[in-house]
Design a binder for this molecule. Structure first.
Ligand SMILES: [Zn+2]
Length: 335
């Protein structure tokens, strides 16, 4: 997706009356598409012969992959019932009408030591592989349930590609004492201390007891700090826009940096921010606040909306760019 000062409305998905900043990394997810495969490929016996040629399938160990993840039994000669000759008319093009698909939406299997999730997307035209960089997982998509087996084979066939893509993800950053994190541009040192866990903004420290809950306590403090700062930023932009301050909350969405629900009859306005924006440069979080507050006035991404962003904040392009290129790293924190 290109970066423009006045992106088209279709640049951002919207959900009913809620508008927000989509995590554009999801649109950049690494993607691999399968070839159009002749229908004969779906024949169970051909699938089995593929498994014999270097596509290790789970069918031979009763549905258990080596990783321990449950894997549904794959179609194979052994699984295929042998019908008497009089019943062969019920087989259409090598496909048994009575046999349910071997895989289901949401099933997981293993390829290159990584979990691959199978998904059905009726709008897809062929099988494909995608890396969800936020969830750090591989998704094999097929247009129909019957073609999930093809997607599974495709994933196993592309094990090298999966390994390469997963190796390129940012390293997960566990929260532990000694780490220094930047919150809204201010450095905080994570230290251990007895007593109540606390964030000391003046000292630039986050303190918590040295126990098993250390990471959870620190993350909770960062979320509270993030909500406080976003409430402040939101108030400032609402003042510029001469509009009422909405309810502000922080959440941890996978695919959005912020979302806004403008006021409607009986319900006040509200804005939700990803707390992970605290880890971005201050200007990036500031831009997202300006963006969401502009939605309180203009619940769309039209020219008047971008004019409001430009008037209250300035040029959004560098900050959208930053999120597009660095957003994945924000999601690696605390994992
Ligand atoms: Zn928006």
């Amino acid at each position: 997706m290109g970066i423009a000062n006045t992106p088209a409305a279709t640049d951002f998905p919207s959900l009913h009356t809620r508008y927000g900043i989509a995590d554009e990394r999801t649109n950049n997810a690494h993607f691999l598409q399968g070839q159009s495969i002749p229908s004969a490929f779906h024949k169970p016996e051909q699938l089995f012969s593929a498994a014999c040629c270097g596509f290790p399938g789970p069918a031979r160990n009763d549905g258990e992959a080596r990783s321990g993840h449950r894997v549904p039994a794959q179609t194979s000669n052994r699984d295929t019932p042998h019908f008497p000759l009089s019943v062969t008319g019920l087989l259409l093009g090598g496909m048994n009408l009575f046999k349910p698909p071997a895989f289901a939406h949401g099933d997981r299997l293993e390829a290159a030591g990584h979990v691959v999730r199978l998904a059905i997307n009726p709008r897809a035209r062929r099988v494909s592989l995608r890396i969800d960089r936020t969830r750090r997982e591989v998704i094999a998509t097929a247009p129909t349930a019957r073609r999930l087996a093809e997607a599974a084979t495709f994933a196993r066939d592309r094990a090298d590609w999966i390994a390469q893509q997963m190796a390129g993800l940012p390293t997960a950053t566990p929260v532990c004492p000694g780490l220094t994190v930047s919150l809204f541009g201010q450095a905080f040192e994570l230290v251990t201390a007895t007593g109540r866990a606390r964030l000391d903004a003046e000292a630039g420290q986050i303190l918590a007891p040295d126990d098993a809950a250390y990471g959870d306590r620190v993350l909770r403090l960062i979320k509270v700090h993030s909500q406080r700062r976003f409430l402040h930023l939101t108030g400032a932009y609402c003042e510029k826009l001469s509009t009422a301050v909405p309810r502000v909350s922080v959440v941890d969405p996978k695919a959005r940096w912020g979302s806004c629900s403008p006021a409607r009859p009986g319900v006040g306005p509200s804005i939700r921010y990803s707390w992970r924006l605290a880890l971005a440069p201050f200007e990036v979080a500031d831009y997202v606040a300006a963006h969401e507050c502009a939605h309180l006035i203009e619940a769309n991404h039209g020219p008047r909306f971008w004019a409001l962003v430009s008037r209250t904040f300035g040029d959004p392009a560098p900050h959208r760019d930053w999120l597009r290129h660095n957003g994945t790293a924000l999601h690696a924190f605390g994992r």
